[in-house]
Each structure stands twice: as structure tokens, then as C-alpha cells.
Ligand binder design. Structure first.
Ligand SMILES: *Cc1c(COP(=O)(O)O)cnc(C)c1O
Length: 358
């Protein structure tokens, strides 16, 4: 038996989470964000699962992710490239019928060059306006000028991105929605898209024509009270060795943990080389059956050490313990390591064996 850490990917849970988001949505259609290998869950498998569930709008960051998605799903779905087009990619966008998201005046000129001979993009293009995030996006104040400049080559979608969607009290949410609606006045009839996962939870004023949830599909982020999402993956690692550590002895590099009592310690085959953050040292936890076992000492490249004093009956070589999943909430594990669920699942390296379950 292999002693690799593994992530069992729960494709049916991801589909169920997409249906939950769709059921929440009061207007428009529900898309899916599958960038960064579907947040570490597997681009091809997640794309196929959600397409079968009825999703027709997929968002990725890069054109190469879009190419993979197109090859996987065939000609039907709409595939948007969030980071936008590069001047040398016209053939790639046209051949794969990708929808460029135009984010900047530079990208707007690229699009104008591609459209100069009057040949439309196969599925059109989207315009992304900045409404306060100040990351990507055309300036909202340029909406009228850009509308005039794209006369006859109208965008198929106007989008923006929320800065504080996970905070339903943030005044910035309503401000951004209002600004997007002002932009829309320059483009009569063009559909709008504003919401990521957090925006879907904000309610009807944020749903518009198309939503772009990512993290919620994978069971992460902050869902509203009473809303349960299912875990997208179960991350597990096997026990390699169990030892008794005497009072006063230390565990791990730099001896950062010292036993105050005799402690049963298990060593697991997972470390920062697998994407478990080193910041989980002395902070994170592992579930062995129903027993919560603290990470003791430093996370090293290939190994962690955990306290199994209260789980002695379960602690045997070859037994798998859970780091993320139904018994170990993604966001709790991430927060203990000082990060967020997005970074934790996206950071899992190829050494973690992905096992696809339907
Ligand atoms: C990543 C991303 C999303 C998805 O955000 P989640 O918080 O994961 O739901 C939506 N829109 C844009 C522009 C993004 O970059």
C-alpha cells in the first residue's frame, strides 16, 4: 500500500453545492469558477461534473486553463478568461471560442485590433469595470467613452468584482452594485455579472444575469447562517510511526514543542511539500476517527507529528487521519494556519494523490 497523502474529491458534493447556489439565486444563471485547477480539486473533473449538472458558464483565470476546459467540455459551454487576452493569442481565442474578459485599456486595444476587420469574436467579449477593488478592470468613469468606442461590437457581458462580499455589513457592497448599474446605463441591454460566492449570499440585489461562485462550490468561504455546503475534498495522510515521548523531551525541528507529560506521538506522511502550510506548526489539527489530535511542533517538508495520547487505540501505522473534510472544516483548519480555505486547497501540490469519487 502506498503511503502518499491523498485528497478524495467529492464530485457529487461539488455538484450539490452548485445546485444550492443556483437555488439561492433569484435572477439570472449560476456560473462556476474553476481557475487554479478548480481550487486544487481538478479542473477537468470539476468542469465535467458541473457541466453535467447543467452549468453553462465557466470562468478561469488563464487562457491555457480555458483551452483545457474547452477540450474537456466540447463546443457548448461559455468559457470566460478572467485575466484577459494577450495580443498574440487571437488564434487561440478564436479556435477555442473563448470569451476574453477585457480588463484594461491595453486589453481594450487588443480587442479592437482583433475586431478591426469586422470579424466578431465567436462568442463575443466581456468588459470588466473596476468599481472599487482597484485590482483589474476598466475605470467606471470611462464607461460612456468605451461604449462609443465599441459601437457595433457590443460586449456580451459587463462585469465587476466585489471587494468585501463576505462581509454582509460592508457599505462597499451596495456602493459597488450601484456603480456597476451606472456603468450599465452606457450599455443598454447588456447583461451584468457582479457576484462571487459571497455576493450570491448577499441576496437578490447582487444576482443580476450571471453569478461567478468559486469557493462555495468547494465547501469553503463563509456561508450564511443555516446554509450548509458540503466538503469538496477530504484530505488525508497515513500514520507512519507511533512513539512515546517522555516528559521534558521535545518534538520536531527547532524543538518548538516540549512534553509536559508523557505523550503518545504519531508521525504522518504529509508536510509543506504537499501544501500543508508550515504556519500550521503547533496550531493545526488532525482528526483520527472522532478524536481531535493537535499538531505538535514544526510542520516539516514531508511529515507532521500529532498528539494521539487520547486516540491510542486508533493510532497504528497505515491508518489515515483527516486534515480537511467532513470532520475537519476547511476554513477552521485554514484559519488556524493564518490563511483562508482558498489558499489551503489551491496550494496542495501534485504529490497529494487526487482520488475522484462521484
Ligand atoms: C476568483 C474570482 C471569483 C470567484 O470568487 P469566490 O470568492 O471563490 O467565489 C469570481 N470573480 C472573479 C473576477 C474572480 O477572480
Amino acid at each position: 500500500m502506498s503511503l502518499r497523502p491523498r485528497a478524495r474529491i467529492h464530485l457529487s458534493n461539488i455538484a450539490d453545492n452548485w445546485r444550492t447556489l443556483r437555488a439561492m439565486q433569484t435572477s439570472g444563471v449560476t456560473g462556476a469558477v474553476i481557475k487554479a485547477d478548480a481550487y486544487g480539486h481538478g479542473l477537468r473533473q470539476v468542469a465535467e461534473t458541473l457541466h453535467e449538472a447543467g452549468c453553462d458558464h465557466f470562468f478561469v483565470a488563464h487562457s491555457h486553463e480555458a483551452e483545457i476546459t474547452r477540450a474537456m467540455l466540447g463546443s457548448h459551454p461559455n468559457i470566460y478568461v478572467l485575466n484577459g487576452p494577450s495580443p498574440d493569442e487571437e488564434a487561440l481565442y478564436r479556435e477555442n471560442a473563448l470569451i476574453p474578459v477585457v480588463n484594461s485599456s491595453f486589453q481594450f486595444r487588443t480587442m479592437a485590433d482583433w475586431l478591426v476587420d469586422g470579424v466578431k469574436m465567436p462568442r463575443g467579449f466581456a468588459l470588466h469595470f473596476d468599481t472599487g477593488l482597484n485590482r483589474l478592470g476598466l475605470p467606471a468613469r470611462d464607461a460612456q467613452d468605451l461604449a462609443e468606442a465599441s459601437e457595433g461590437q457590443s460586449p456580451i457581458l459587463l462585469m465587476s468584482h466585489l471587494a468585501c462580499a463576505e462581509d454582509s455589513d460592508a457599505a462597499m457592497n451596495a456602493h459597488q452594485a450601484t456603480l456597476l448599474e451606472t456603468v450599465a446605463e452606457a450599455f443598454p441591454g447588456v447583461p451584468l455579472s457582479l457576484s462571487n460566492s459571497g455576493g450570491v449570499w448577499l441576496g437578490a440585489d447582487y444576482h443580476h444575469a450571471l453569478s461567478r461562485p468559486g469557493i462555495a462550490l468547494y465547501g469553503g468561504g463563509i456561508a450564511p447562517m443555516g446554509m450548509t455546503l458540503k466538503p469538496g475534498m477530504t484530505l488525508e495522510a497515513p500514520i507512519l510511526q507511533v512513539r512515546l515521548v517522555e516528559t521534558g523531551e521535545t518534538v520536531g525541528y527547532n524543538a518548538t514543542w516540549r512534553a509536559e507529560n508523557e505523550t503518545l506521538v504519531a508521525t504522518l506522511a504529509i508536510g509543506y511539500g504537499d501544501g500543508l502550510p508550515r504556519s500550521a506548526s503547533n496550531k493545526g489539527f488532525v482528526m483520527l476517527g472522532e478524536k481531535r489530535c493537535a499538531i505538535l511542533g514544526r510542520v516539516s517538508m514531508d511529515l507532521i507529528t500529532i498528539d494521539v495520547t487520547n486516540a491510542a487505540d486508533l493510532a497504528r501505522p497505515g491508518v489515515y487521519a483527516q486534515l480537511i473534510g467532513p470532520d475537519a472544516a476547511l476554513e477552521e483548519q485554514a484559519a488556524l494556519a493564518g490563511t483562508i480555505g482558498y489558499e489551503l486547497t489551491t496550494g496542495l501540490t501534485p504529490r497529494v494523490k487526487r482520488i475522484y469519487e462521484t
